[in-house]
Write a protein that binds this ligand. Structure first.
Ligand code: C2O
Ligand code: CU
Length: 504
């Protein structure tokens, strides 16, 4: 049992006892437009139109477990992958066709989940998409079953691995836990000219952990403290990939491009390959790195992505496992023979122009903090000491460069995500917590740590370590309007660790 959490009222599955690698890995289908429509922003140009109905469904996550009731886009978790190209706008109708009651326990004491609000409310955000504010999935623009919202994604960005997920105020953690997420991939000509593995050899692996009841149902933890009903983290021991626990995938002895996506509520994944060889990482949150970089271990925090090349050519007839910590979570079974592999991994992928910090017009120093109750338990997590409902304090001007300095005064790491923009990590640096708490003074206690190669590309979510200041730089390009920035630990996000910002 986790501290602060009630003992589960139902028997849970112990994943260690489950048979490994008995289910084939599902690769989410590529979404097919239902037709074309026009949008005022693009005149009479016909744009691909997708309809994504959110529905309740049941599916087995493991051969030996009863079907698990879930909620998913187009009735599956992950939902179908939307595949687009740079410069190719698409329209997506996100239709809420869910039942009117949530099947997970709702804690009505959490911000935004007051009893006056309906149990089921959704709004979809495409994580990392460069879109205008009305299309971004503003958390308070949620709607109820029977309603839908059509959003325009202009495709005004480089090739990358994005993902869509629910973002409704105060209840995102339950909606995503229920299964409301899927992939959204952007291609571009430059990326496709590189000759990387593509098509059936380009596979998304959406990773997320759950607590599973023996009945097959998802179990979401509840607090054992009526005074502090907030569950501040949700970690499960069953690590799922694309809807299955311990799946296997038959592969050819050749190179694959794997898109690793952390879709978990609070857990990070520490990924490696069982043969002890490195991944060749080619991309991060916002697309290709300047050059491939070898990595024995890849740590992914919630919402972070890594694109990797794995070459199975020397393992014909053998198997290789993707591991999280010491445990195999996906098994690749390499066939004895395959088709000829004509893919390449060029030494140069895409130039990443570093943003010059001297061009920044503003440095915003923002604390990642918590509000304690008398017993020392955090009641809420705050950004810069402010609540969601406090007036907007961050108003970057369109086209300007800013640095944002996150001062983590908590004992945990927090993956911080900004909507709309892509950014670069400048540095991490240890600081004196006492000087900060006493005088709000930023006193460094060690040297600046520059990002390693895998963090030197474009990002949209950054791990902010405890005891560290984490500084990012971005150019606020995009349509003026209100966007959000938040911690991507969904339990934190739902309990005040989310703030609006306004591009003016
Ligand atoms: Cu992945 Cu604000 O979201
Ligand atoms: Cu957090």
């Amino acid at each position: 049992a986790m501290p602060g959490l009630a003992a589960p009222n139902v028997p849970l599955v112990n994943p260690v006892t489950m048979a490994k690698f008995v289910d084939a890995l599902p690769v989410p289908p590529i979404a097919v437009p239902t037709g074309t429509r026009t949008h005022a922003a693009f005149g009479s140009r016909p744009l691909p139109f997708y309809r994504m109905p959110m529905r309740a469904f049941s599916a087995r996550v493991h051969r030996d477990l009863p079907p698990t009731p879930q909620w998913g886009y187009a009735g599956s978790t992950p939902g179908p992958t939307i595949v687009t190209r740079r410069g190719e706008p698409v329209l997506v109708e996100w239709a809420n066709e869910l039942p009117t009651r949530h099947f997970l326990p709702i804690d009505h004491n959490i911000h935004g989940a007051e009893t006056s609000k309906p149990d089921v409310r959704t709004i979809t955000h495409v994580h990392g998409a460069r879109v205008s504010a009305p299309n971004d999935g503003w958390p308070e623009d949620w709607y109820v079953p029977g309603k839908s919202l059509t959003a325009l994604y202009p495709g005004d960005q480089d090739a990358t691995t994005l993902w869509y997920h629910d973002h409704a105020m105060g209840i995102t953690r339950l909606n995503i836990y229920a299964g409301l997420f899927g992939g959204f991939h952007v291609h571009d000509d430059d990326e496709q000219a590189l000759g990387l593995p593509s098509g059936e050899f380009d596979i998304p692996l959406m990773l997320y952990d759950r607590l599973l009841a023996k009945s097959g149902k998802l179990y979401y933890p509840v607090s054992d403290d009526p005074e502090a009903p907030w569950v501040s983290e949700c970690r499960g021991d069953a690590v799922l990939c694309n809807g299955k626990l311990y799946p296997y995938l038959d592969v050819e002895p050749r190179r694959y491009r794997l898109r690793l996506i952390n879709a978990a509520n609070t857990s990070f994944f520490n990924l490696s390959l069982s043969h002890g060889k490195p991944f060749q990482q080619i991309g991060s949150d916002q697309g290709l790195l300047a050059a491939p970089t070898d990595r024995l271990n890849i740590e992914l925090y919630p919402a972070e992505r890594a694109e990797v090349i794995v070459d199975f050519s020397a393992y014909a007839g053998q198997s290789v496992q993707l591991r999280h910590q010491a445990d195999g979570i996906v098994e690749f079974r390499v066939r004895a023979k395959g088709r000829r592999d004509t893919s390449v991994v060029p030494a140069a992928l895409r130039p990443v122009q570093r943003i010059d910090p001297s061009t920044a017009v503003q440095d915003r120093v923002l604390a990642l903090g918590e509000q304690d109750d008398s017993g020392g338990n955090p009641m809420t997590m705050l950004l810069d000491g402010k609540m969601w409902s406090d007036p907007i304090s961050e108003k970057p001007r369109k086209g300007t460069v800013e640095t944002w300095t996150f001062v983590n005064v908590t004992g945990d790491a927090h993956p911080i995500h900004l909507h709309l923009v892509r950014f670069q990590v400048l540095e991490r640096r240890p600081f004196d917590l006492f000087a900060w708490n006493a005088r709000k003074e930023l006193k460094f206690t060690g040297p600046s740590i520059r990002p390693a190669a895998h963090e030197a590309g474009w990002k949209d979510t950054v791990r902010c370590d405890p005891g560290m200041v984490t500084r990012i730089i971005t150019r606020f390009d995009g349509e003026p309007g209100k966007y959000v920035w938040h911690c991507h630990y969904l339990e934190h996000e739902d309990n005040e660790m989310m703030r609006p910002y306004e591009l003016v």
